[in-house]
Design a protein around this ligand. Structure first.
Ligand code: ADP
Ligand code: MG
Length: 574
């Protein structure tokens, strides 16, 4: 399709605004154009973080001389022409403003050639003034070079960060776009340095490997779900991989990387209990949806979208995440041979067991209670036979394929946590009332916090009153937890609660999560505690009934596995 100027009425309907803030904004617009031009390979070269020069070279459709003349005009686009097109956008661009905006604040040079033409054409623009079109030579495709960004706007130039930091932003933009288009090859250079090159790949996991490294790619879990025309696929990280920020969460709608708080929240929710609060998974989530159901024309940077059926999208994503995260945990395995495959996932069989007597014994010793109304959920993996306890800290387990080492403290913590969570979700955490309240002294400043959060604590099964002068009386405590809590434990926990509550940045749900994790941790059997053989077996059996027996609420591994094959190899049996 040829470039046309949009009529005034239509151009008024397009979310307007300046979009060129820094080199990364230029890179984003130019790479999007290259993708829209159906390029198979896109090269980006930066000098000084893109401040001095940045160039994007593609092998896409290219432009003829007439289009070249028009493309730097405002509201000039080949991607839409009528108002109806706005509700059916299949390209990354459609505003027809990027090249005009870039040409207004830099020295711009475009060299481009259509496949069917013999010669290429070149156009230069500086601060919106274009020179005449020249002939040039190049293969099919387009190269756009932007130099001296903001040379005519010194005030804005001063707001640019260091070239390192501008480079970082450019790099991120390219990563995001590359993750959404695995079939397109990308290269990035910075000055003399070759930063990365990722040839076209068929599989998204391979693209993730190119961008984040093979080790991370191996630990990614595929997700996929489809419902009512919404189709979602991608990869999310297993809980062993975690980041302190959300930067490596890429969400794309019809190939367009977007920011969507609701969907980001859905992702965070799916990892509740799998990661320590404040930690975030990596994710590349690609959503495909009929274009007429997405409005991308709500923000000039095209970074936000609105779904006409937000609910369906949300539900589909939730299901995709739940399916992936509940069943496919990869045990941190010692094996070096199996790429992506876990020898331990999928070997659980689900034979019910009658553990009445063990239950009583375990309850007496480690203070957990098997929920009677959930008995149908209690299943045991007979594949796991306890060998014994190692230094009163680890339980050694024989499985069909090898040896597993279970951290008894973390295993128990996980069990308690799940139990608490189950009760919490069910609306009531069962509480044990004390005959004599437990007295706890807390720093004076804590009093207000505890008092104002009485309801929060009550939801967790903690009933606490201020007695005065920094003394508190605990009258009730979650019964799952109560047995093994020492008085010292109470105080420590309350101090942590106060810390959490005063750190107002945490989401409420994260807070509950955190508190439950703290409760479970404080009450779990400690490393160094001697357990009877039956207790060990019961602990392991019970661990295996959980949806995720492999990682604790803090994200630490619970089970470490060594395959028989690996042992044989180490002993040179093969
Ligand atoms: P938009 O992408 O919103 O249409 P732009 O200002 O980014 O607006 O680009 C204007 C037009 O220039 C595009 O519609 C397209 O026809 C053409 N164009 C820009 N970059 C390229 C490219 N790399 N290859 C081919 N055509 C391009
Ligand atoms: Mg564009």
């Amino acid at each position: 399709m040829r470039i046309q100027l949009l009529n005034e009425e239509l151009s008024r309907k397009i979310a307007a605004g300046e979009v060129i803030e820094r080199p990364a904004s230029v890179v984003k617009e130019l790479v999007e154009n290259a993708l829209d031009a159906k390029s198979e390979s896109i090269g980006v070269a930066l000098v000084d973080g893109g401040i001095r020069t940045l160039a994007v070279r593609d092998n896409g459709d290219g432009m003829g001389a007439d289009d070249l003349r028009l493309c730097v005009e405002r509201h000039a686009t080949s991607k839409i022409s009528r108002e109806e097109d706005l509700s059916n956008i299949r390209t990354l661009g459609f505003r027809g403003e990027a090249l005009a905006s870039i040409g207004a604040v830099s020295r711009l040079r475009i060299v481009t050639r259509l496949a069917e033409e013999e010669t290429a054409h070149e156009l230069r623009v500086a601060a919106s003034v274009s020179e005449g079109i020249l002939t040039a030579a190049r293969a099919k495709g387009t190269t756009i070079e932007v130099s001296d960004l903001f040379f005519n706007l010194p005030a804005r130039a001063r707001f640019l960060a260091s070239s390192r930091s501008e480079f970082f932003h450019c790099n991120r933009v390219i990563h995001r776009l590359a993750a959404c288009s695995p079939a397109v090859g990308f290269t990035l250079g910075h000055g003399e340095r070759h930063v990365f090159s990722s040839p076209p790949v068929a599989d998204l996991r391979d693209r993730i490997g190119q961008l984040y490294g093979a080790e991370i790619a191996r630990l990614m879990i595929p997700i996929s779900a489809e419902k009512d025309g919404v189709s979602i696929h991608g990869y999310v990280s297993s809980p062993q991989v975690r980041r302190g920020n959300r930067r490596d969460q890429i969400l794309a709608v019809n190939g367009r990387p977007v920011e969507d708080r609701a969907l980001a929240y859905t992702l965070a929710t799916a990892y509740r209990g799998l990661l320590r609060p404040g930690m975030h998974p990596l994710a590349v989530i690609l959503i495909d949806i009929p274009p007429e159901e997405v409005d991308v024309n709500i923000h000039p940077r095209k970074m936000e979208v609105r779904f006409s059926r937000q609910q369906v999208v949300q539900e589909t994503l939730t299901r995709a995440l739940q399916d992936a995260l509940s069943s496919r945990f990869v045990v941190p395995s010692f094996s070096s041979s199996d790429r992506g495959r876990s020898a331990y996932a999928g070997t659980r069989d689900n034979t019910p067991v009658d553990g009445q007597e063990l239950e009583l014994e375990l309850q007496r010793r480690i203070g957990t209670q098997r929920p009677t109304h959930h008995d149908e959920k209690v299943r045991v993996d007979r594949e796991r036979r306890v060998i014994g306890q190692f230094q009163n800290t680890y339980i050694l387990v024989e499985t069909r394929d090898g040896l597993e080492i279970v951290d008894q403290h973390i295993a128990h913590e996980r069990i308690l946590y799940e139990r608490l969570m189950e009760q919490f979700k069910g609306g009531t955490v069962s509480q044990q009332r004390f005959l004599l309240p437990v007295r706890v002294e807390l720093p004076f400043e804590s009093a207000n916090v505890i008092t104002s959060e009485k309801d929060t604590l009550a939801k967790l099964g903690i009933d606490i009153d201020e007695f005065g002068g920094g003394t508190f009386l605990i009258r009730g405590y979650p019964s799952i937890i109560v047995k093994s809590q020492s008085q010292y434990g109470f105080r420590e926990l309350l101090e942590k609660i106060v810390d959490q509550l005063t750190d107002g940045t945490e989401l409420r749900r994260t807070l509950f999560d955190h508190l439950m994790a703290e409760l479970a941790c404080g009450a779990a059997i400690k490393a160094g505690a001697r357990l009877s053989f039956d207790e060990q077996q019961e602990l392991v059996d019970r661990l295996m009934t959980l949806d995720n027996p492999y990682t604790c609420p803090h994200g630490r591994p619970i089970i470490f596995g060594i395959e028989r094959d690996e042992l044989d190899r180490r002993f040179k049996r093969r």
